[in-house]
Design a protein around this ligand. Structure first.
Ligand code: GLN
Length: 204
């Protein structure tokens, strides 16, 4: 991080599909670095929290002593992007959490884990994403956003089926979260959107 003009986007690499995020970010020309320990975080300008399993991420992040430094960077305005389990990790509140489950927080939202139910654990559907347009949402045991505080912007909702209207992408300031997995598709526009957020922060 710093003055060189080239930003480095860290990808939390404790668990989950961090390699796919690295590939998507690389495809849109971003510099990336894996983040596994607090010192790694000092070397990055932004953080992606991948999809995976939020309870496993919580435990591994606790062992790696990542909670205090990540929360501090988020409070200081570091841009962060969470997908699926990563959305859960960036949410201030969880419904259907495991006992004692903690998140980094930062986004004043309540997410429901595994919200789409057993019949629809994994599915794809077209999503209209504000500022991007239509894209394919890949959902895997995904959460949705159940409540959001004032000031949180809704970027996408489910557009058909039993979960119609459910909120699946939000942004507040430098924090972005999606229920679905743009890193699992060849369409990198959401990563591009996040890279632009990181660069805009730099310009501010
Ligand atoms: N259900 C998972 C959790 O609670 C998230 C699934 C995912 O990231 N694909 O963390």
């Amino acid at each position: 991080m710093g003055d060189s003009g080239t930003k480095t986007i860290g990808v939390l690499a404790l668990q989950g599909d961090f390699r796919e995020h690295v590939a998507s970010l690389t495809a849109v020309g971003a510099n990336t670095a894996p983040v596994r320990r607090p010192a790694d975080l000092d070397a990055v300008d932004a953080l992606v929290v991948p999809g995976g399993e939020s309870t496993a991420m919580w435990k591994l992040a606790t062992t790696a002593e990542m909670f205090v430094p990540v929360r501090k960077r988020i409070a200081d305005g570091m841009p962060a992007f969470g997908t699926c389990a990563g959305m859960i990790m960036l949410a201030d509140r969880i419904t259907d959490a495991a006992a004692g489950q903690e998140t980094f927080g930062g986004l004043p939202i309540t997410v429901r884990r595994n919200a789409f139910g057993r019949q629809t654990e994994s599915f794809e559907e077209p999503i209209g994403f504000d500022g991007i347009g239509e894209l394919t949402g890949v959902f895997i045991r995904a959460p949705w956003v159940e409540e959001l505080d004032e000031g949180v912007e809704v970027l996408a909702r489910v557009t058909s089926g039993p979960a119609i209207g459910r909120i699946v992408a939000v942004r507040q300031g430098n924090l972005l979260a999606t229920s679905f997995h743009p890193e699992l598709t060849a369409d990198h526009r959401v990563h591009e959107y996040f890279v632009a957020m990181v660069n805009d922060r730099d310009a501010a």
